[in-house]
Write a protein of this length. Structure first.
Lengths: 117, 110
């Protein structure tokens, strides 16, 4: 099946610094990528939807200036957590939509665990 | 009230038992996903279905659109099946956003 990778798989950073997380679709072109956040024992919560070459659409309550999303190509989207704070510590998961051939399917990455100290 | 409800929240079984996890939703959907999340956190998509039934190995997923209900069955369960199983629905239209259930934690003991 289709593969979505994320890098890094985990990161620890100091409060106030910025962290970039990459999401790549390895064997298909992802016209749409999604970024989710998951707190312990909670459901995945959609943060934003990004389409290649256009600005991301953020969900209500998600600060677009804090969570910068760039979807520069059909295989790569990045999420940058700017001026991270301990409350940003979470598990960040991306997924990518394979829209080729008119078939909708969404594949998930392995996630990135962010810890802000 | 969450639009997607899963039951049970927690399930403990003995190896070899038949497992059923249920998902009910309150909105019209165009597709339903069953996902598996292991303790490390990574998510694997098990099934995407919009009608009927799908089978992959020991896993079976069914959906009843009229009753807004889906079930995930695991036959001959094994300790490696221990994970959180998540139901997610995609509403109709061109919006590809998913709405997730809270998940069912399955523990299969040897």
């Amino acid at each position: 099946g289709a593969v979505v990778s994320q890098h890094p798989s985990w990161v620890i950073c100091k409060s106030g610094t910025s962290v970039k997380i990459e999401c790549r679709s390895l064997d298909f072109q992802a016209t749409t990528m999604f970024w989710y956040r998951q707190f312990p024992k909670q459901s995945l919560m959609l943060m934003a939807t990004s389409n290649e070459g256009s600005k991301a659409t953020y969900e209500q309550g998600v600060e677009k200036d804090k969570f910068l999303i760039n979807h520069a190509s059909l295989t790569l989207s990045t999420l940058t957590v700017t001026s991270a704070h301990p409350e940003d510590s979470s598990f960040y998961i991306c997924s990518a939509r394979d829209g080729t051939g008119g078939v909708y399917e969404q594949y998930f990455g392995p996630g990135t665990r962010l810890t802000v100290t | 009230k969450n639009e997607v409800e899963q039951s049970p929240q927690n399930l403990t079984a003995q190896e070899g038992e038949f497992i059923t996890i249920n998902c009910s939703y309150s909105v019209g959907i165009s597709a339903l996903h069953w996902l598996q999340q292991h303790p490390g956190g990574g998510i694997v998509s098990l099934f995407m279905l919009s009608s009927g039934k799908k089978k992959h190995g020991r896993l079976i997923a069914t959906i009843n659109i009229q009753e807004k209900h889906s079930s995930l069955h695991i036959t001959a369960s094994h300790p490696r099946d221990s994970a959180v199983y998540i139901c997610a629905v995609k509403s109709g239209g061109s919006n590809y956003k998913l709405t997730f259930g809270k998940g069912t934690l399955l523990t299969v003991n040897p």
